[in-house]
Every structure is written in C-alpha cells, then in structure tokens.
Design a protein around this ligand. Structure first.
Ligand code: 13P
Length: 251
C-alpha cells in the first residue's frame, strides 16, 4: 500500500517571513492530515527557517535542486550533504524548468539522483513531455527515456523509495492540467517500465502527477489508482488551497 505524497514546490517564491507565515497558517492542518505524507520545498534561502518550524511535526522538508558533486569549486551550487545537514528529507531533481532553462540534461539528472540517495535524501525525479513531443506521439518514449536515465544508477531497493513526478511540460503553470485519466495512464506506463527493469520494488515507488493541480481538480488526479500524490506549484503558495489539496489525498 503506497502512502500518497503531496509536495509543495514553491519555486522562486517566498522570503523567510512569508514562508514562516505560510507554515503558521497551514501546519496544524497539514500535520494532522491522515493517510498522506506532506513535503514543503521552499527556496534554499528559507530551508532553515521552514525546517525549524516543521521540526517535531510529520511534515517533511525538501529542496528544489541539488548539485551532483559532494563539494568543490562550484560557485553558487549546493550539495546533497548540505541539504541533509539542513534537515531535508527530499529533493526535487530534474524539474522541467531546470531542464529547459538551467542545463539539466538526463545525464546530470542521473548524477543528481545518485547524489541525493548517497546523502540520505529521497529524490523526487521529475519527468514529462513537451507539447511538441506529445503532438508527435512521443509521450511514452520521452517519459520512459527520462525515467530510464534518471534511475540508471539505482538499486531495486532505492527504486522502491524513489518518488517520480510525472509533470507534462505543457501543463505546468498554464492552467491546462492533464485529465486524471491521462495522468493515470502515463503513470502506469512509468510503473510498468520500472517493474520490467527493477521487479517488484516498482510497486512501492510513488508516482505523483504535477501540472496545474488546484483544490478544484486535485480529487480527479488523486482518485486514480496509479497517481500517488501531487507535486504542486502555484496552488501550493496559498495555505488554504494547499491544505485542501492535501486533504483530498488523505484517507
Ligand atoms: P503548477 O502547479 O504551477 O502548474 O506547477 C507545477 C510544477 O511545476 C510543480 O513542480
């Protein structure tokens, strides 16, 4: 039985003060939600503030990106060990915004996933096709290729702990969410691929949907047997909106 995971990806939003206000408004409801795991992924600058406010609660801390090396002359980068030291349990890897704007290739994503596990973090591996790829009938092949490369260095045991987020690029920040049925179908393709490569461990892998999830459409995704939670961008910035989504995922 997979426990759904709902993660807030705040992207480049919220100062420490704004992040603290969100946590004071939402934490009681987030921490008491049953049958769902909740993760907040603030920007690096608010990780320590949010981590301190979450400590002792069931809500977990996550980062939005990580470098693949342990340390070194990489100006502006942050290692997985540094994130673990701040209390992070999760890290988003290979988000399409990073793939598109910041040079995250499949190969870099593979190394980041490895680095995350090596530091004791659980990566949330993001995959998804562009509109052009979808129109060309390449959704399954693109998503499968991203999952194959991202998991290439993992053991079956790690794959069982991995979180995959299926985020079609055309659905992110556009208000044009996929249908619940389509999200469930692609998530099923991802799980079948993982099963063929890693065996029964894939039954434990949580596969989220992300892309224009809101309090209004969350139940449509979370009701799909192959959708194990959501990675939420815009709608996660508002405490009430995010709490409603989390409740839709819970028991
Ligand atoms: P939106 O929910 O704003 O579409 O963003 C989705 C996303 O990119 C989460 O990682």
């Amino acid at each position: 039985m997979r426990i759904p995971l709902v993660a807030a990806n705040w992207k480049m939003h919220k100062t420490r003060g704004e992040a603290a206000s969100f946590v004071s408004a939402a934490l009681p409801q987030l921490a008491s939600a049953q049958g769902v795991e909740v993760v907040l992924c603030p920007p690096y600058t608010a990780l320590e503030t949010v981590g301190r406010l979450l400590s002792g609660s069931r809500v977990r801390l996550g980062a939005q990106n990580v470098h693949w090396e342990r340390q070194g002359a990489y100006t502006g980068e942050v290692s997985a060990g540094m994130l673990a030291d701040l209390g992070c349990a999760y890290v988003i890897v290979g988000h399409s915004e990073r793939r598109r704007m910041f040079g995250d290739t499949d190969e870099r994503v593979r190394r980041k996933v490895r680095a995350a596990f090596d530091a004791g973090l659980v990566p949330i591996l993001c995959v998804g096709e562009t509109l052009e790829e979808r129109q060309a009938g390449q959704t399954e092949s693109r998503v499968t290729a991203q999952v194959a490369e991202g998991t290439a260095d993992l053991t079956a045991e790690e794959v069982g702990r991995l979180v995959v987020a299926y985020e079609p690029v055309w659905a992110i920040g556009t208000g044009q969410a996929a249908s619940g049925e389509e999200a469930g179908r692609v998530n099923g393709v991802i799980r079948e691929f993982l099963r063929q490569r890693f065996g029964a461990a894939a039954d434990a892998t949580r596969i989220q949907y992300g892309g224009s999830v809101t309090s209004r459409n969350a139940a449509e995704f979370l009701g799909q047997p192959e959708v194990d939670g959501a990675l939420v961008g815009g709608a996660s910035l508002d405490p009430e909106e995010f709490v409603t989504i989390v409740r839709a995922a819970g028991a």
